[in-house]
Design a protein around this ligand. Structure first.
Ligand code: AMP
Length: 276
């Protein structure tokens, strides 16, 4: 992979990189299209990274369809796809001894219920950056906290990559596209609409002058719970520090994670009380 990139670089060409775990949907494909406008070549990767799953999580059952993914990437004009069998050598991820920890930004939200998650993400993204050596890497805002963690890693470790974030792509009824959505039953799929609706509710409340963070969080939570979702977190955070203010006094990210029928969904929305 590195030889491929270096040969392109030697021609003066640039590379934009889109890392994924495969089972691609329109959200991923929008990143590929965005990446095509940022560099001469787009490289995608498909790798379900074991080190970001806890033993009780869905690593084994994570949906996979590499043949279909490869044909979608090829028809969009991706120059190369990196599909490693493993990135952890003999012994797999458990034998890995060097890890990247991005403190503070990895602690709240998804990090609270998945304590090793961002360590696994940051480490695998750093490994991929060292293998692919891209000029630019593109991430979706669907995983907003992940993008912030990676931006911080790149900044603090002086990695020579520009990070670009692109907006969330949604189904017509508002549900954020996700590889895990196929695991929702048709009834759960309908109930899951409460997730994006709850973020719109937060925006309406804040626009109407409800600036007390806990009051907004309570209403968002009860909206999801009354649709049968099990809430992991409802957060209203500063978009840079991911810290929770007492009151909304500037732009914030409203972020939620909830489980419907055992399928964990995340979503978020930027809300600016002044622009509302
Ligand atoms: P994943 O395959 O879930 O690891 O996601 C790979 C990349 O696609 C990440 O940068 C995600 O944020 C991005 N992504 C996933 N779903 C969406 C979506 N609905 N809209 C935009 N980007 C997405």
């Amino acid at each position: 992979m590195r030889a491929w990139t270096r040969a392109r670089r030697a021609q003066g060409e640039t590379i934009a990189f889109v890392p994924t775990m495969g089972y691609l949907h329109e959200g991923h494909l929008s990143l590929i299209r965005g990446a095509l406008s940022l560099a001469d070549h787009v490289v995608a990767s498909i790798y379900v990274n074991p080190s970001q799953f806890a033993p009780h999580e869905d690593f084994e059952t994570y949906p996979r369809d590499t043949e279909r993914d490869l044909s979608a990437l090829e028809s969009l004009g991706c120059s190369a796809v990196f599909v490693p069998d493993t990135l952890y050598g003999q012994g797999g991820a458990p034998a890995q001894r060097a890890w990247i920890e991005v403190s503070e930004l990895s602690a709240p939200l998804c990090g609270a219920s998945r304590p090793h998650f961002f360590r696994g993400v940051a480490t695998v993204v750093a490994k991929l950056f060292h293998i692919v050596e891209p000029d630019t890497a593109v991430f979706g805002d669907k995983d907003f906290q992940q993008r912030r963690v990676i931006e911080r890693m790149v900044e603090d470790l002086d990695l020579p990559v520009r990070i670009v974030g692109l907006p969330i792509v949604r189904e017509p009824d508002g549900l954020a596209m996700s590889s895990r959505n196929v695991r929702l039953s048709s009834e759960e799929r309908l109930r899951a609409r409460a997730v994006p609706q709850s973020l719109e509710l937060a925006e309406r409340l804040i626009s109407a002058g409800e600036l007390d963070v806990d009051a907004v969080r309570r209403q968002v939570r009860s909206h999801i719970e009354s649709a049968g979702g099990e809430v992991d977190y409802v957060a209203i955070v500063d978009p840079d520090s991911l810290q929770t203010p007492d009151r909304v006094s500037g732009p914030v990210r409203v972020a939620v994670a909830a489980t419907f029928g055992g399928v964990r969904l995340i979503d978020n929305r930027p809300v600016d009380p002044r622009g509302a």
